[in-house]
Design a protein around this ligand. Sequence first.
Ligand code: SF4
Length: 374
Amino acid sequence: MRSSLFLLRCGAAFYTSAMELVNLQNATELLGLTPAQLQELMQKLNEKPFRARQLYANLFRRRLLNFEAMTDLPKTLRRKLADHTIITRTRIEKVFVASDGTRRFLLRLFDGCEVEAVFMPEDHRDTICISSQVGCPLACDFCMTGVFGLKRNMSAAEIVAQVIIVLNAVYGAGNETPHGTNIVMMGMGEPLLNYDNAMKAVRLFADEEGLQIAPRRVTLSTAGIVPRLYDMAQEAIRPRLAISLTAANDELRNRLFPINRKYPLAVLLAACRAYPLSERERLTFEYVMLKEVNDSDKDARQLIRLLAGVKAKVNLIPHNPAPELPYLASSEERILAFQKILVAAGLPAFIRRPRGQDIAAACGQLAARHQANA
Ligand code: SF4
C-alpha cells in the first residue's frame, strides 16, 4: 500500500537447474505454517508431537533458516525435513543502505519475482516495511506499483520471510526478536486483496512462542477495500489499521484511487466508524501531500469535516516525486500550514519524515530505479 514507486520483475528462473526448481516448488515452505500445521507435518513424518514445538521455536523464535543449525533436533529428523520441506525460497538479491541507516532489501521469490522490504532504524525501535503482493491491481494514480499491475499474491510464508530475513541480516539469527520491532504492511500491494495470507502472517508475527511482534506493533495500510474492513473487525488478532486517504472529496479521490469509485468516501468512512478500537487506539489516515492537488487550506478544512466523529490521527507524508508520475511534492511550509489547521481543529496530525531518500526507499514509496534500468 501507498507505494509511490516499486519495481516489478518476474519470470527469471532462480534456481540453477530445472529439476531443483521443480522439487523446491513442490516442497512445503515452513515459514508459512502455524504450530498446528507443524504438528500435522510431524505426524506425516512419523515424528513425536513435541518435535513440532522444537521446530517452531527454531524457525520463529530463533529464526534459524537452515536445518543444520537446529542442533536440538536429531540428525535423522533434520535430514527428513531437508528432504521433504524447505524453510523459505526467498533470497536477498541486493541491499541498498542509506545515509540515515535505512536499508532497502531487494528480495527474490522462488519464481523470480522481486519484492522489496525496508528496514528503518530509530532510537529504541525499528520498523520493517513489507510487501503483500507482487505488484498491485489498484492502479493508484500517484504510484508506480499500480502502473505494472498485479503479478500475483504473496503466500503467508513469503510475507513472514521478509521480516525474518531482514531481522537476520541486521541482527543475525539465533536470538529472539528485538524488543520494539514494528511492522508496517505498506510496501508493494494491497494487503486486503490478499486477506487470508496477510491475516495469517499477522497471527504468526503475534505468536508469543514465536516472533512475539504484538498486533499493536503491526500496521496494515489499505486503500479501502471496504468488505474486508468489516471482516478485519471480526478478527480476534488484528493489526493496527491505516487508511491511505490522500483526498478528502470523492472527485479527487476517484482520480487518485480508482477503487474509490467502487467504495466512495461515505462508504469507507462508515466502515471506519464501525471499526472496533481499544480505548487508546486511533485509526491512522495517511495523506500524501501532493503540490497544488490536495494541499490547500480548503483541503485541510474538508479533511477535518470528513473525519469528524472518527477517532483519527493523520499522518502527512511528503510525496516522493518520480519522473514517471505527474505529481510534485508540497513545500515544507505548505505541509506545516496544513498540519497547523488540522491540529487547531483538534485533529492530531504528524508529519512523517521520509526515510532513506538517497536510496529512494521511503517506506511505502519504494523506488523503481532498478526497474528503470532493467
Ligand atoms: S494500493 Fe497499490 S497502486 Fe495504490 S498506492 Fe498502494 S501499492 Fe500503489
